[in-house]
Design a protein around this ligand. Structure first.
Ligand SMILES: Nc1nc2c(ncn2[C@@H]2O[C@H](COP(=O)(O)OP(=O)(O)OP(=O)(O)O)[C@@H](O)[C@H]2O)c(=O)[nH]1
Length: 904
């Protein structure tokens, strides 16, 4: 029997049409039907596992592309940036929409049946919004950003390499967002493919029970990879005939019994193992098993799917459905798409979104819940927000019409800047005024799009749960929260409370590499700055700063590849004409002593106008600890002085969260009260107190950008500014003068501190996780701890005696309560090409795979991959992330500074 990937059972669907529902109910029912038929999913994996290759097949089989794009030819839909095509890697996550199973334009929208006991969900076309994420560790932040808007994920593994370092990392990250995941073991056509070893690694390294839903079908038992055995529907699927993989031949167990009895036998074993595993985690499966006289094979496939779905949606997810294929050979992608629809959740099945309002967090439904009679009444001075512990009730929430997250900004050559949003509540309509709660600005959404592969289709609205694109926005950046508020116009602001609403704030790691950018000529400067500002809107993990003294612009990022790509995009995509310096490590400086107050008097003309002001500053070390931790919230540029002002109206504190470098700023302004409703007579009329404070903040930040020791940004430094309005402000005081004087006063104080007791350099220290063979373990540990000055924290998740108590062992997530699974208890079919047969030790997992976690200075990790490969015969892999900044010892600092001089 030959057929395309359209199940015969699909035709069996009957719809009940005799139910008459009220009109309003019908519209909400229609909306919820639509949402039930939506999947917002991501594809995650280690670099090169085959995410883009698999996505291309998904687009092709769903009918959205006419030919299959090839990563190696640079013709894929999702890797559309020239830099991605040139390098064959994904840099930006792409979001595309398609239907699965394919939708026939002539057919009316099909309704989901009321039960899935007989036919699976995948018998009805669903709307899939898919995000293909980058695998390289330098773009981890891009992955994190995407994970926030996903409801489910497909993790792709390379069947030869197994579970790799970056897989483990993104898997854990997806776990922290409670994103249900399924696994596709890809590249099973390659020499050395080891499905069994990979399945065992899933159990051991991803800490979940692999539910093997498909087993590989090797021709004649040990020949070419030709298809899969389906443990759910008890059949063999053979990809044959058409080279595009659209024709699949299906064999029943009885048929297989005649042609390939051992394969038929293995499919039965896989079904028994699957039912056994599900019975341990799902009571529904136990009942089914009993109902079917304890016959593992008698349970209908559709009910196995139902049980799989229930376990996938459990929190935490401990069972991981595993599928098999080789997307490059067009094998296995259609059943994987069915699994996406059948097993991953719709937006309706996801937990409520996290939000924060005025620094308090809760859930979106708490915020939107109608204020009940028992809800606390408005507290004076609290701007309508109930005190902590009473949820997030805000009277104005009833006027909130939509709430969305801009999770991605892309500069499209044809369509301009595209802002990808996921709507969490309400609907964004064409022409809506959106208030950006990060930037505190409003702008209109002129056009809305849905991206179907290469085509964009204009739409009137983007509804709750959907992903869409807004074009024509001038300000929105990746990570911004956008709200629509009843009565809002472009000039108005929503009331306090709502204007601080943030959806799932995300931590941005500090940048550790930087490079300088200098326009080739003055006339190029504008274009260079505009291009940089688009890059920054796209990617908030890039940081831009201007060194006022040297006039140089510095671009900082997460890794050397991250900056290399930014440089390529600037020069090649945006055609900016600029000189780009070499990529260097971003060290920090910190003060070691406190200074006495120093006053800077400014009295000169600026832009032809006389200006006058005095600013007093002193600096001190911010804290006693030697390290600073790595992560800060994204809304870092949002001043927080209102909070502190409510406690102390004459002091404004900018806490460390305002600054990526853990600097703090305290402004003492006796005689100027923040809580006073009347303007102070001590302030010049053109200088409101908030403007004065912002000018001081800007001046202090500029001074902190360049330290006196070696021109690195300051870190862990506390600045105190005191300003007596009666003696230090004048009618000629302007905001620009205040900034200038503050910068001068702080810079002088930093110099004084450095003269009294020299500043020290702080260097980025990475948390490195290395995977190596048993044989190479000794040499890699030796290399990390001796040659690279690192500190081994744990081996295989167990804290080493050396590292105990320093950074903790365990996984990257720091979780100690991860599920530890004995690989001997995991079912996997034998690997024909590996020595041994499905036993972890004999298949090489226990022997070969060891995990080392260490803290190592970033400087020592530059070029580490090549060294690791040499030490491990090419098998070792590693991932790293910033663990913090650490003060250098005198000798190390001397060596680093000398090396810098040598190369400069
Ligand atoms: N033999 C074989 N090669 C494959 C398969 N799938 C992908 N490849 C190849 O593996 C390489 C990487 O594939 P990609 O699809 O770019 O992998 P990726 O995971 O998207 O890579 P990044 O986006 O850079 O992380 C390409 O050369 C593909 O042709 C497969 O099933 N079999």
């Amino acid at each position: 029997m030959r057929f395309g990937w359209v199940w015969c059972t699909r035709r069996a669907i009957r719809h009940r049409t005799n139910v008459i529902a009220p009109r309003r109910l019908l519209s909400t029912q229609a909306a919820s039907q639509q949402l039930s038929k939506t999947r917002n999913i991501g594809i995650i994996a280690h670099i090169d596992a085959g995410k883009t290759t698999t996505t291309e097949r998904m687009l092709y089989y769903s009918g959205y592309t006419r030919r299959i794009g090839d990563v190696d030819e640079g013709s894929t839909v999702t890797d559309f940036l020239p830099a991605e095509r040139a390098r064959g890697i994904t840099i930006q996550s792409a979001a595309i929409t398609f239907h699965w199973p394919p939708q026939n334009a002539q057919q009316p929208d099909q309704q989901l049946p009321s039960s899935f006991e007989v036919v699976p969900r995948s018998s009805i076309p669903h709307n899939i919004n898919l995000i293909d994420t980058p695998g390289h560790a330098d773009f981890t932040f891009e992955v994190l950003r995407s994970l926030r808007v996903l409801d489910g994920a497909v993790c792709i593994l390379d069947g030869v390499a197994g579970v790799e370092a970056q897989t483990e990392k993104v898997w854990t990250q997806a776990g922290t967002y409670h994103i249900p995941r399924i696994i596709f073991v890809n590249k099973l056509d390659r020499d050395g493919a080891a499905f069994s070893r990979t399945v065992k690694e899933i159990g051991v390294r991803l800490h979940g029970w692999p539910a093997v839903c498909q087993i590989p079908w090797w021709k004649g038992g040990d020949g070419a990879f030709i298809g899969v055995g389906d443990a759910v529907y008890l059949r063999g699927l053979l990809w044959q005939g058409a080279s595009d993989g659209s024709e699949i031949k299906c064999f029943s167990l009885e048929e297989l019994e005649k042609s390939d009895p051992s394969f038929a036998d293995e499919i039965r074993k896989s079904r028994v193992a699957l039912v056994e595993l599900l019975s341990e985690h799902d009571d529904g499966m136990v009942e089914l098993f009993l109902e079917h006289d304890e016959d593992h094979l008698a349970i209908p496939g559709a009910q196995i799917i139902q049980s799989l779905r229930r376990v996938v949606l459990q929190r935490p997810q401990t069972v991981i459905p595993v599928f098999a294929g080789a997307s490059f050979r067009n094998i296995g992608v259609q059943p994987l798409l069915d699994a996406v629809v059948d097993l991953l959740p719709s937006p309706l099945e996801r937990p409520d979104s996290e939000v924060s309002v005025e620094n308090r967090s809760g859930s979106l439904s708490q915020l939107l819940a109608p204020t009940s009679a028992s809800a606390p009444s408005k507290v004076k001075g609290s701007k309508g927000v109930a005190p902590a512990g009473h949820g997030l009730h805000i009277a104005e929430a009833k006027n909130l019409q939509a709430c969305a997250l801009a999770f991605k900004v892309v500069n499209d050559a044809k369509r301009g800047v595209l802002v990808y949003v996921r709507v969490y509540s309400g609907s964004i309509d064409r022409g809506s005024v959106l208030f950006n709660t990060n930037l505190r600005t409003a702008e209109r959404a002129p056009r809305l799009l849905r991206m179907y592969a290469n085509d964009a289709v204009e739409v009137e609205s983007i509804q709750t749960g959907q992903i869409g694109v807004i074009t024509g926005l001038k300000h929105a950046r990746t990570g911004d929260t956008l709200i629509v508020y009843r009565g809002l116009n472009v000039k108005a602001q929503p009331p306090a409370g709502l204007n601080t609403l943030q959806l799932r704030p995300i931590a941005v790691p500090p940048p550790v590499f930087f490079t300088s950018i200098e326009p080739n000529s003055l006339s190029e400067e504008k274009h260079v700055l505009e291009s940089l500002s688009i890059l920054l809107r796209e990617d908030p993990s890039l940081h831009l700063s201007v060194d006022e003294e040297s006039g140089q612009t510095h671009l900082a990022g997460m890794g050397d590849l991250h900056l290399e790509i930014a440089r390529d995009r600037l020069l090649n995509d945006f055609k900016a004409k600029a000189r780009i310096g070499k990529i260097e490590i971003g060290y920090r400086e910190t003060v070691t002593t406190a200074t006495a107050p120093f006053t800077y008097d400014l009295d000169r003309s600026i832009a032809g106008k006389p200006t006058k002001v005095s600013i007093t500053a002193c600096v001190s070390p911010a804290e006693e600890t030697d390290t600073i931790s790595a992560f800060q919230p994204t809304n870092a540029d949002r001043p927080n002085q209102e909070e502190s002002s409510s406690q102390e109206p004459y002091t404004t504190i900018y806490p460390p969260t305002q600054d990526n470098n853990h600097n703090t700023l305290t402004i003492q302004h006796p005689s100027l009260s923040l809580t006073s409703t009347k303007p102070s007579p001590l302030l010049p009329p053109h200088l409101p107190l908030q403007t004065l404070l912002s000018s001081i903040h800007a001046g202090a930040s500029a001074a902190l950008a360049r330290g006196p020791l070696n021109h690195y940004p300051l870190s862990n430094t506390h600045i105190t500014i005191s300003l007596d309005a009666t003696t230090q402000l004048y009618p000629e005081t302007t905001p620009a003068a205040i900034s200038m004087a503050t910068r001068a006063a702080v810079a002088a104080s930093l110099r004084h501190a450095n003269e009294r007791s020299a500043n020290v350099l702080m260097e980025p220290v990475m948390r490195v996780t290395v995977f190596v063979n048993e044989r190479s373990l000794g040499s890699v540990v030796q290399d990390l701890s001796s040659a690279r000055g690192g500190q081994v924290l744990s081996l295989d998740g167990e804290a080493s005696s050396e590292g105990a108590g320093v950074g903790g062992g365990g996984t990257d997530s720091g979780e100690d309560d991860v599920l530890r699974i004995d690989p001997a208890l995991i079912y996997a079919p034998p690997d024909p090409f590996a020595s041994g047969s499905g036993n972890l030790a004999s298949s090489g997992v226990a022997d070969s795979q060891r995990q080392i976690v260490a803290r190592v200075p970033l400087k020592e990790m530059v070029g580490y991959l090549n060294h690791l490969r040499a030490l491990t015969g090419g098998r070792g892999t590693f991932v790293m992330s910033v663990d913090g900044f650490e003060k250098m010892g005198a000798q190390r600092q001397k060596e680093v500074l000398e090396a810098m001089r040598e190369f400069s």
